[in-house]
Design a protein around this ligand. Structure first.
Ligand SMILES: *Cc1c(COP(=O)(O)O)cnc(C)c1O
Length: 370
């Protein structure tokens, strides 16, 4: 699905040198590079504070902790997302309230969120799924109307931009109160291990986020709150600091692959190519098709027989997972989410377009529909 070795081979000299230097420096935890990378990322995103942490799931948990959400508080999140979004809420005793998604953009919308708001609702967690921003302006307005916090799960959309109706364009993850991301190796900005980060423009929140991620301390052995231990290590920060320089190029290569797929598939009746809202760019963490004639599983099988990887993100809606059953009634049903679980398929897409064998993939898919 991705070509991490191809990507590595182009930056190997810098990466290897910096890893060895870090090991020799002995500053494996909280080395100066962690701060340097955080500063570079905050420039890239144009956000005041970037607090690094151990992974994208921790980033979400730390965001909820920093907002001082309490057990029993309701948090609205998509039912159509990676498990981490709802899991990070549930582990703190918050109630994940599952929202259906738009069947064309795969994202939650203000219209789908508003009916779910109750007296107990404290926050909304938009996930910019597959690399495209949710339509954030109406969601921000809902947040204002009902006094709700907004935590953007930006794990799949780093580098994506959203434009408000007044023309102002900003990076996803910097639109709400807090944004979170993951540096899992296959993400658009991936480490060679685990990593994550939390963004905010609010100084007070930044301080709380920092405390929550660092045992509640900003001075060693002085613990102000109960926190957790969630660090980005120096070696991962070195790798990310190098890759950050190429992130825009990586994202535009992904976009080029997406355009090639879109062109090739535009006349196939039963394939719906990704729909992009006018206010958002798309960084194509995934290139996800909707198969409209119930032949998704046959297509997947056929691709596999032809040596082409494909993935279903996600095969089972969150509310059908055993772990989340207690949050919903037995007959809980979200029509768009159910339909997507049966009809989506994601094709290989990554930064190494020249190694992608994309023509072969396209040829095989066109053959399937002949
Ligand atoms: C990858 C991902 C996460 C979790 O990131 P980890 O670093 O694996 O903990 C959270 N939310 C979404 C939408 C993701 O894609």
């Amino acid at each position: 699905m991705v070509d991490l070795m191809g990507q590595y081979s182009k930056i190997k000299d810098q990466i290897d040198k910096n890893i060895i230097n870090t090991i020799n420096s002995g500053k494996l935890i909280n080395g100066p590079i962690v701060k340097e990378f955080s500063q570079n990322l905050s420039k890239f995103l144009d956000v005041n504070y970037v607090i690094p942490c151990a992974n994208g799931t921790d980033a979400l948990q730390i965001a909820f902790m920093a907002l001082e959400l309490q057990p029993g508080d309701e948090v609205i999140c998509p039912a159509w997302t990676y498990v981490a979004t709802a899991e990070a809420a549930a582990i703190l005793g918050l109630i994940p309230v599952m929202c259906d998604v738009d069947s064309d953009t795969f994202n939650i919308t203000a219209d789908l969120i508003e009916p779910l708001i109750t007296k107990k609702t404290k926050a909304i967690v938009p996930v910019h799924l597959y690399g495209q921003s949710c339509d954030m302006e109406p969601i921000k307005n809902l947040g204002k109307k009902y006094d709700l916090k907004i935590i953007e799960d930006n794990a799949q959309a780093i580098g994506c931009k959203y434009t408000f109706n007044n023309g102002k364009t900003i990076s996803t993850g910097t639109i709400g109160d807090i944004g979170t991301t993951s540096f899992y190796p296959s993400k658009n900005l991936g480490a060679y291990g685990d990593g994550g980060a939390i963004f905010t423009n609010n100084e007070k929140l930044a301080e709380k986020i920092f405390l929550a991620a660092n045992h509640g301390q900003n001075k060693r052995y002085h613990h102000k709150i109960i926190g957790c231990n969630s660090r980005l290590d120096s070696i991962q920060a070195e790798i990310l600091n190098i890759k950050l320089k190429y992130l825009s190029e990586y994202n535009s290569n992904r976009e080029e692959m997406a355009k090639n797929y879109n062109m090739a598939f535009k006349n196939i009746e039963y394939l719906q190519t990704p729909k992009v809202i006018k206010n958002s760019t798309h960084v194509y963490h995934q290139y996800t098709l909707k198969i409209l004639n119930n032949k998704r599983d046959q297509l997947k099988e056929y691709l596999s027989e032809n040596g082409i990887p494909s993935m279903i993100y996600y095969p089972i809606p969150l509310y059908k997972q055993l772990a989340f059953k207690k949050y919903v009634s037995d007959d809980f049903y979200l029509p768009n989410t159910e339909n997507l679980a049966k009809s989506v398929i994601s094709l290989p897409i990554h930064s190494e377009i020249e190694n992608s064998n994309q023509d072969y993939i396209i040829e095989k898919i066109l053959n399937f529909y002949k």
